[in-house]
Design a protein around this ligand. Structure first.
Ligand SMILES: [Zn+2]
Ligand SMILES: [Zn+2]
Length: 271
């Protein structure tokens, strides 16, 4: 699947590319407002590190803000965002002393500029330093396409691998994510798995918590709207709800803390 956000380097000899992957979606939704998703500069703390001394320690940041949708009928008080609530607007914050330019215009230190897919961001433009030394990126924001939810566009995002549950091999129903590995599953499938196991079925890492993944539910909703043949039957969904012991969601807890559960998984034993 394509990443959520990407900075594709226009000159791989001077700068690497960077991306924010779909596995980071839940972390993104839980991060404090205004925290950058990508930081570019010479400092080793930057997610995308530059070597050229003309670049600032912290040259520019990309901050993502979730577009707030109007609440849908019957969903007041529930934080389930829906596909239209999945869209993120990205803003570039210029932190450099020499300036960062977007599509040829300098943003200026401390100033911000709205970003759209296809925008060119330059740290050192070719017009100033030549093609060999230029540092520039092409920006992409996949959530722009998902928000409009045109079926062809959603299908073009190649989300198939992302939305399939590794346990039942069907499109995920009521998504939960494991911490710390961030792998996603149906809540009912994970509920069954946890009766026996304390490691992730995909990567085999021990997990410490199971978290309701609302943002991924929104991705799955958009995916199913574009591929309705993959929708589960109502009986199937009722059956999954019936065997789900986790029951994380709108009306209940969002996180099941495994580390706090000592001994055998008694709460999940079948009565
Ligand atoms: Zn499943
Ligand atoms: Zn895992």
């Amino acid at each position: 699947a394509q990443p959520i956000f990407a900075l594709a380097s226009l000159n791989p000899t001077t700068a690497p590319s960077a991306e924010v992957r779909w596995s980071q979606l839940l972390a993104l939704a839980l991060a404090p407002e205004g925290e950058p998703v990508l930081v570019v500069g010479r400092s080793p703390e930057c997610g995308l590190q530059l070597a050229d001394p003309r670049a600032s320690q912290r040259h520019f940041e990309i901050v993502a803000r979730r577009r707030v949708p109007a609440p849908r009928a019957g969903q007041e008080g529930c934080k389930h965002p829906g596909p239209e609530g999945l869209a993120y607007d990205c803003v570039l914050v210029d932190r450099s002393s020499n300036g960062t330019s977007v599509n040829g215009t300098i943003v200026g230190r401390g100033c911000t500029r709205q970003l759209h897919s296809g925008d060119e961001i330059d740290v050192l433009p070719a017009s100033r330093v030549g093609d060999d030394e230029m540092i520039g990126f092409l920006f992409r924001n996949t959530t722009e396409g998902l928000a409009d939810a045109a079926p062809e566009e959603v299908r073009g995002l190649d989300l198939d691998e992302l939305v399939v549950c590794p346990i039942c091999m069907q499109v995920i129903y009521k998504c939960v994510a494991l911490a710390p590995c961030s792998h996603n599953f149906c809540m009912a499938c994970m509920s069954d798995w946890m009766v026996q196991k304390k490691d992730c079925p995909v990567c085999r890492r021990q997990f410490v918590a199971v978290m309701k993944n609302f943002p991924m539910d929104a991705v799955i909703e958009a995916y199913l709207a574009a591929s309705p043949a993959q929708q589960r039957s109502p009986e199937d969904m009722r059956e999954m709800d019936a065997r789900d012991r986790l029951n994380l969601g709108c009306s209940g807890k969002l996180v099941r803390d495994i580390a706090a559960v000592a001994g055998p998984p008694a709460p999940f034993a079948r009565g």
